[in-house]
Every structure is written in C-alpha cells, then in structure tokens.
Design a protein around this ligand. Structure first.
Ligand code: AVJ
Ligand code: FE
Length: 388
C-alpha cells in the first residue's frame, strides 16, 4: 500500500494545485477528484467495512462515488482540495494501519479478508487510478516526470512471420479460485475455439499511418501533421516524431475495427486473445508507467507467449471484438458496481495492459472495458483471422 501511494504522489509531484483542480477534458476527472477517491475507497473498505469505524468526514464519501457522480461534473462538487486533501489521505492511512493491527487474515471466514483480498483490491484500485491519472497527464503541457526509465529496446529474434497460429480446441478462460482477481475474471471456464491466426505483434504506427493515408481516416489522438508528410506526437505538450516501429496507441474501438477490416482481418475475441497470451511473462513486458511510452516492436522478443506472439502484455491495451459480458456462473464480489453495472453491449473489452499499467494489475485474464468511441485510454490493437 505504501509503494502504491508513493507512485501516486510521485506522478502528481510536478503539478501545482491549480493543475490538480483543472478540468482538462469532460471525459476525465480532475486529478484532485481521483486522489480523494483513492483515499475514500480506502476509508470505505479498510476503515469503515473492515474496521467498523465511522468515516472522518460524514457524508463526504458520496462525492467520490464514481457511479453517482459522472466525470463531467466532478469539478463542481465540494470535494477536498489542497492541504485538506493531503491531510485526508494521511489520516485515512493512519486509521487503515490501526485497523490492520487487529485484522485476522488467516481465519478464512470472511471472504473479504481471506488471503488479504480486500487489501489486494485496495492496491489494485490505486494502481488502476494512477493509469487514469496518466491519461489526463497526457493532456498537461510541459509535464516532466520525476523519474523515468528508458523504453526497453528490441532484443532477441525480432524478425518473424506477420501472424502466428493458435490451435483450436478447448481453452481455459478466466482466473482460478486462488489469488487475487476481479469478480469479472471468474469463474474459470472452458470454451471451444476454432483455430485462428493472430498478429505476432501489435499494429504499429507505421502500419496505421498507411491506413490513415489510404483511407483519409482521422489520425490517432495526439498526432499532428509535421508539415512534411509525416506525424508528430503532441501528448504532454511535446512535439516528437511518431516512431513507425512502436505500437499505435490512442485509437478508438471503431478505428481499431476499421483498421482490421482494411487489413483484410478482424479483431480477436477476448477468448482468442487470452488463448494467444498463454505463457506471456508479466516480468518481461513494457509495464509499470516509468517508460512513459511504448517500446518498439521486438522489445522482449526473447519472451514470446506460447504461440509465439510478442507484446501481449504491456505497451498498449488491445481492443477485442467482445462486449463486456459476465462469464457463465459470475457472482458479483465484493460490490455489484465494480463490474456488473457495466455488463452488456455498451462496453468493449480490452486486454493486456499498457505501458501506463502497473505490473501488479497486468495479467492474461484481466479484463478492461471502455466505450467504443474512447481514445484517451492507452489502447491499440492486433488483428486476427480465421484459420480455415
Ligand atoms: C476497469 C478501468 C474500467 O476506471 O472505471 C476504478 C477501474 N473501477 N475504480 C474504471 C476502476 C473502480 C475501471 N476500469
Ligand atoms: Fe475507483
């Protein structure tokens, strides 16, 4: 929990209070809301629910309820700001640590506490909100990270076939009963897959620029023409040449789907994606935020998934053709608003995690979801094709 908090505060450290309170986009919360929401989620689950204590600020929690308060209105709420916000984070954490002293994680009677589930939930939640914060940080001109790592360079055998084959048959989908996973990843179940081809690597900026040129479709978010027939990236107010060898990022589901059809292919289903990701190594992937961008295709080429695919985890979330639906036998846990409220044909599933995703929340069974028109998320794609 301390490590998660250090990262949250580190990402925000270069920013003035005015920037934390500013609305950069109606589809993203002001950073001060995210920060207060992180602390309030901790208070709700670790202090109030586990510790049976009263909240510090009475009804304050209602302001940080993500379902009750759509992103566009969050800055109009009387949320905590400035020193009061910082004090709330610290006071909640103090009480969390007091409660933790008393807690019995071993008895297994309370499913919330068994295996430390609620603590894992809390950490994953904070990790996911730091990714949301990074979506907004892309819009802040002149943002300079406190700490950053060079993006990993291509290694191993980078050249290979355009697509790799995944055998058909029964595939195990979803997370098993052990360890932390979200409710929407469970229960694990078998699906019958026809054999299919999947791109060995995510679609690159080079591929996507060709699609834009030929179809006159909009470029990805944050691309501007460089005046010389190519493109620059303008995220964080920069002006860097688009690298044709990096995976394309900040495209919508509609754009991803159109690209796949233009290429004579299709998006994979989320089950196909998961089968293709089997054997991918979460420790050999461009994750965890500090590279502040994608790695060129072929980074970790020495660590392919079992079918031979690269970059299944990290760099960009990959759009799938699948709607966000419950797995057979799904049970909401610990609260229906986490996943169940979003099931249906409104949201599309993304898989794999991006450079902006903490390593702790990236895994082959993890299901992310968003609206098909969204581009501020770190989303790209890879294509699939029937094998017969
Ligand atoms: C899984 C990224 C869609 O941001 O709505 C954060 C994660 N859930 N707090 C979201 C989440 C509750 C969720 N996504
Ligand atoms: Fe949240």
């Amino acid at each position: 929990m301390e490590e998660a908090r250090r990262r949250t505060l580190q990402l925000l450290a270069p920013l003035a209070d005015e920037q934390l309170n500013r609305v950069y986009s109606p589809i993203l919360s002001p950073l001060a809301w995210d920060l207060g929401h992180i602390a309030n989620f901790e208070e709700l689950w670790l202090v109030q629910t586990v510790g049976d204590l009263e909240p510090l600020h009475g009804e304050l929690g209602r302001l940080y309820d993500a379902i009750e308060n759509p992103r566009a209105i969050r800055n109009e709420l009387p949320i905590l700001r400035g020193a009061e916000l910082r004090a709330y984070l610290e006071d909640v954490r103090g009480r969390t640590l007091e409660v933790l002293e008393e807690v019995d994680l071993e008895s297994g009677e309370d499913p919330l506490l068994a295996g430390g589930f609620v603590y894992e939930l809390l950490i994953a939640h904070e990790h996911q909100h730091t990714e949301t914060m990074l979506q907004l940080i892309q819009m802040i001109d002149g943002y300079e990270p406190v700490e950053s790592n060079a993006t990993p360079e291509p290694n191993g055998v980078v050249d290979g076939p355009e697509m790799v084959l995944v055998d058909g048959g029964l595939a195990e989908i979803g997370a098993g009963p052990e360890g932390f996973a979200y409710d929407n990843e469970r229960p694990r179940h078998m699906v019958e897959l026809d054999p299919f081809w999947i791109d060995r690597a995510p679609v690159t900026n080079g591929d996507y620029a060709e699609f834009v040129r030929e179809t006159r479709t909009d470029p990805p978010m944050y691309w501007e023409p460089d005046g010389d027939g190519w493109w620059v990236r303008t995220a964080m107010g920069r002006c860097d040449a688009v690298d044709p060898a990096e995976p394309v990022v900040h495209v919508s589901w509609h754009e991803a789907d159109a690209f796949a059809r233009w290429a004579g292919k299709r998006l994979p289903t989320e089950q196909e994606w998961e089968a293709a990701a089997r054997g991918a190594d979460v420790d050999r992937a461009n994750l965890d935020q500090l590279s502040f961008g994608c790695a060129r295709v072929g980074a970790f080429a020495d660590a392919p998934s079992d079918c031979g695919a690269l970059h299944m985890l990290g760099d960009v979330w990959e759009w799938t053709s699948s709607d966000f639906l419950a797995y057979p036998g799904f049970q909401a846990f610990p609260y229906p608003e986490y996943s169940e409220a979003f099931f249906g044909d409104t949201y599309k599933v993304l898989r794999g995690g991006a450079w902006a995703t903490r390593r702790n929340v990236a895994r082959a069974t993890f299901r992310n979801w968003d609206l098909p028109q969204r581009r501020q998320i770190f989303a790209g794609l890879r294509c699939a094709k029937d094998a017969n």
